[in-house]
Design a protein around this ligand. Structure first.
Ligand code: GLC
Length: 412
């Protein structure tokens, strides 16, 4: 495991963007709907390559607006973007010399990676790229879920498309903060090492996600939408959907609420991780209005309470399961995220000396009574003000005398 860059370790919250030919199909092909994540539609509905390739002639991206995407991320309080440069379908959203199957050589004649990277530079947002290094359903020698290596010359694909395209992405677009690799399948240790050596030679500061395979990532990438149940002993990132699919699906209305997404963000950050939350633009590049609404709501929380997220570090395990809230922390401060409407918060077994207690969003001073219970446990009782209008969660900040938060074991 490497030591991730401070922008990533401190940034905590990023925007994943899944866009490709699959977005044109929006979950359905010739009257058949996919039951799976929509970017897998070519595989799941077994659409022949030649048929699927026709989509490229319809991929204009007329509503793709890089500045809008970057502003949406920034206003949501996100500190980086990860954009699909080539997904499992094999279609590249950049101008590659190693494939004719790209957005620059078909209908749009646009290099969307360049457009988004330039917008990130204009608005000072860190830029990362998703690249599917093993699966490529447009090339019979690449991996494909459900098919073994028999009859394939993966090394040919690896040398003729994968490595040259990774080289292009890391030499033609300026600083790339993160290369987000995916589904390593049966790539060997040696092949994963070759990717790592290439990336670190071309851009030594470029982070590599855990799905490079063979344990060679700079951090651990969890399963999709899965949050570690305990503080994880190292850097990790949770990739998550905003509904139930990565690529756009017109029939997926399972939009998560801002409250649900914030609860996930807080839990992940509390355990030392990053949250990479996805949007799936439509085939024309426009952003589903529900995604915008949810991210704007999260942004209003982050503007007032972001310091309870950014630059925080993993907390030790708190001995009790408190349904109504969660903790995050940074040097000298404990943040208590209160999910429910309550008039007071009662906590046990925090060994720290509280110096000051206030509502983070507006600095409203709060009373914190500390005492020792009859069982000898330390206890805090904090009187809470009514929630402010439109506030999703209240965050109470307790400045403590020590650098680090310490929880006491249950005396029993
Ligand atoms: C899974 C899916 C892929 C998606 C990724 C996001 O690997 O195969 O389609 O891009 O999750 O984490």
């Amino acid at each position: 495991m490497g030591t991730p860059q401070a922008w990533w370790t401190d940034g905590k919250f990023g925007l994943f963007i899944h866009w490709g030919l699959y977005a044109l199909l929006a979950g359905e092909y010739q009257g058949r709907r996919t039951e799976n994540i929509a970017e897998w539609i070519m595989h799941d509905l077994d659409i022949p390559k030649d048929e699927y390739r026709q989509l490229a002639s319809r991929f204009h991206g007329k509503a793709f607006n890089a500045d809008l995407l970057v502003q949406l991320a920034k206003q949501a309080g996100m500190r980086y973007i990860v954009f699909t440069s080539k997904h499992h379908e094999g279609f590249s959203l950049f101008d590659s010399d190693f494939s004719s199957y790209t957005s620059a050589k078909t209908a749009s004649h646009r290099d969307f990676v360049r457009e988004l990277k330039d917008a990130c530079d204009r608005h000072d947002l860190m830029f990362g790229l998703y690249y599917s290094q093993a699966q490529d359903w447009d090339d019979s020698d690449a991996c494909r879920d459900g098919f073994g290596p028999e009859g394939k010359d993966f090394e040919r694909y690896f040398q003729n498309k994968c490595l040259p395209q990774i080289t292009e992405l890391l030499t033609k677009y300026g600083k790339i903060g993160l290369l987000w690799l995916d589904t390593p399948m049966y790539m060997t240790q040696e092949q994963s090492e070759r990717i790592k050596k290439l990336v670190k030679r071309l851009q030594p500061d470029c982070l590599i996600s855990g799905r490079i395979g063979n344990g060679l990532g700079d951090y651990m990438t969890t399963g999709d939408n899965f949050i570690p149940s305990l503080p994880y002993p190292g850097p990790f990132e949770v990739p998550a959907t905003i509904n139930s699919t990565w690529g756009y699906n017109a029939f997926d209305s399972q939009w998560k609420t801002p409250k649900q997404l914030l609860r996930s963000l807080v839990k992940i950050v509390s355990r030392g991780g990053n949250y990479l939350l996805n949007i799936g633009p439509r085939g024309d590049g426009s952003i589903p209005e529900e995604s915008i609404r949810v991210l704007e709501s999260i942004g209003s929380f982050m503007r007032k309470n972001g310091q309870s997220i950014y630059e925080t570090r993993a907390l030790p395990l708190y001995p009790y399961d408190i349904e109504w809230g969660f903790f995050t922390a940074k040097k000298g401060r404990l943040f208590i995220h209160i999910f429910e409407e309550m008039d007071r918060a009662y906590l046990l077994n925090i060994a720290n000396k509280p110096l000051r207690c206030y509502r983070l969003s507006d600095g409203l001073e709060l009373t914190l009574k500390e005492r020792t219970t009859c069982e000898g446990d330390s206890s805090w009782l904090i009187n809470l003000p009514p929630r402010q209008k439109g506030e999703i969660d209240q965050v109470v900040c307790v400045e403590i005398a020590e650098d680090f938060v310490v929880f006491e074991p249950i005396k029993g």
